[in-house]
Design a protein around this ligand. Structure first.
Ligand code: ZN
Length: 240
């Protein structure tokens, strides 16, 4: 059984379709979404509809939370504020209800999913180092946890000590614990503009990170057409 595990889609329809196509071509039969379906890019409703149609486990991201609330948009930079207001205006009440009711944390089979961290999932901290991963691991009761939020894929492995593993394919071994950042479908930030997601092969006990090309130009055109900040389009070609 193979799971495609992906998140930080951020309303990027071309990237989401490319990832799902790749997952299908690699015999994935199950899907899991790590959150941040909306925000930044121009197809929030279309992406939401696809995720709902997959009928798969989903956890809430910080953008999903803000987009589905009526709270004042404070503490966001002007770019994020502009795109968030646009996102709110382009979701209907049913979309918002779906996002609002997502859980912060879920267990799927023998693994856990969360958008940000397990130690305080509602405060949206970032796991960017092995020490951050270790704090999150303190609250991890399954061998493997998949998360996102930084938009940078990463594997952290804990046996006696915690280490970051820099390969693209990781074997899950008994007695160890794993924190796996699946990267971002719709707005990668590690300098590689290709979409990132992971495939977890339960039978083989192996997780691989895949990078997928998509039609960035098309996504950028939609951002321009909707009058969203042009920096949001530019960053997609640079992968940051
Ligand atoms: Zn995000």
């Amino acid at each position: 059984m193979k799971f495609a595990i992906f998140g930080d889609i951020h309303a990027n329809l071309e990237a989401l379709n490319a990832v799902l196509e790749d997952a299908k071509n690699h015999d994935c039969t199950h899907y899991v979404c790590i959150g941040d379906i909306v925000g930044y890019n121009a197809n929030p409703r279309e992406c939401l509809n696809i995720i709902r149609s997959l009928d798969c486990p989903v956890v809430k991201g910080n953008h999903d939370e803000v987009a589905s609330s009526d709270s004042e948009l404070v503490g966001l930079n002007p770019l994020a504020q502009h795109s968030m207001q646009w996102t709110r205006d382009n979701l209907d009440s049913e979309d918002k209800l779906y996002l609002r009711e997502l859980k912060l944390l879920r267990q799927v089979r023998d693994f856990t999913i969360v958008h940000a961290t397990l130690d305080s999932p509602a405060s949206w901290g970032y796991v960017t180092t092995k020490f951050d991963a270790l704090e999150s691991l303190g609250y991890q009761y399954t061998p493997v946890c998949f998360f996102g939020h930084t938009h940078v894929p990463a594997f952290y492995v804990k046996s006696l000590r915690i280490e970051e593993y820099t390969g693209k394919s990781l074997e899950i071994e008994p007695g160890k614990k794993y924190q796996i950042n699946v990267g971002s479908v719709g707005q990668p930030r590690d300098g590689d503009p290709r979409s990132s997601y992971c495939i977890y092969d339960l039978g083989a006990q192996r997780v691989i990170n895949r990078r997928i090309e998509y039609d960035i130009k098309r996504t950028q055109e939609k951002i321009f057409d909707e009058g969203l900040p042009k920096q949001l389009a530019e960053r997609l070609s640079e992968g940051k």
